[in-house]
Design a protein around this ligand. Sequence first.
Ligand SMILES: NC(=O)c1ccc[n+]([C@@H]2O[C@H](COP(=O)([O-])OP(=O)(O)OC[C@H]3O[C@@H](n4cnc5c(N)ncnc54)[C@H](OP(=O)(O)O)[C@@H]3O)[C@@H](O)[C@H]2O)c1
Length: 341
Amino acid sequence: MPTPALAKASNATFRPAYVPVAIFVGGTSGVGQGMLETFARYVQGRAHIIVVGRNEHAAADIIARLPKPADGEADGWTHEFIACDLSLMTNVREACAAIRAKVARVNFLVMTAGYSSFVNIAITSEGLDLHLALRYYWRYVFIHELLPLVKNAHDRGEDAKVMSVLGAGRGSPKRPLDLENLGNQVKPRVGRFTVALRSIIMSSGYTDAMLAHFAARNPDIAFTHIHPGIVRTPTQRVDFDGLLTPLSWVINFILPFLGVSQDQCAEHMLYALFTGQRGLFLVDRYGDPVSAHAFDAPVELGNSEETSVLNGVPMTGYGASDLGVGRVVEHTESATRATVA
Ligand SMILES: NC(=O)c1ccc[n+]([C@@H]2O[C@H](COP(=O)([O-])OP(=O)(O)OC[C@H]3O[C@@H](n4cnc5c(N)ncnc54)[C@H](OP(=O)(O)O)[C@@H]3O)[C@@H](O)[C@H]2O)c1
């Protein structure tokens, strides 16, 4: 297990010979902010950093405080913000188009923005479950839309890495993906707590599945799904209501004592980001892989129904099967394609 000191020492060796392009979706607060600020410190501001989120003021404040390279030290460094409400896939595609207009390669695509509510289980105006839109679908669309740029980075001999900070390592054969309720809108949406919990659990398994899909087809790129652990961030709260309200008071009082700071978490997340080279990585909160699999060549996954097995290889904490990967990706393509105006 990398200690905080080991993670920091390892991260401090990150000295790319090129000016990295790094995108932090959800970099305006929480784990994403911690990662973006820590990343900028390690490269002393010498990077093209793009922050994506809704809060323009928070982004401006964060960007103003980032270290800036001395004049003439580096060509092409920029720190900028792109506004996007990720709940709508139309917006997500627009943000990706704006990124493609600015950069020809992406070295690090870091996705942290999330959502969790036991009260609001809305369906978006595009017909998607809000939890899944904000925890899963936008991540799929982002990777899909920017993958050519990540490949460009690899083709230049540079880092080419995609990381999703969400809920890795939670899968097991006892909890297979529910392929009869893809999108959480097939079974009746009865009871807000149950519906929300289903979506929250689904989003982790779906993320495993889609990263396995991309890793199998793009063997030269690192796709990491990582769990951040309990982190003291502005949105780290539960919002039970009704009879459960007192329970949420207790949990929200205790949680900050159990969590680490977003900066400490960031060191472990960056440790995993910098050290993972190629393939699929499911990683714990310290940056240690729970399981990993590298493909030697592009692979079409088959129809095996064995959960926690990827292309014949057992994967601890992996929430999908080869059949599940195909079904989830098919569902995602159709659910997010329907949102093209
Ligand atoms: N914190 C924890 O203890 C914990 C534990 C387990 C898992 N996680 C997972 O780790 C990830 C990071 O968590 P976090 O605590 O840092 O906070 P978070 O609330 O999940 O992320 C905050 C970021 O998400 C962005 N965001 C939220 N809704 C958005 C929307 N509709 N459109 C665009 N951006 C949106 C916010 O940007 P704006 O404010 O600018 O919109 C902000 O930058 C999440 O996926 C979370 O589920 C966290």
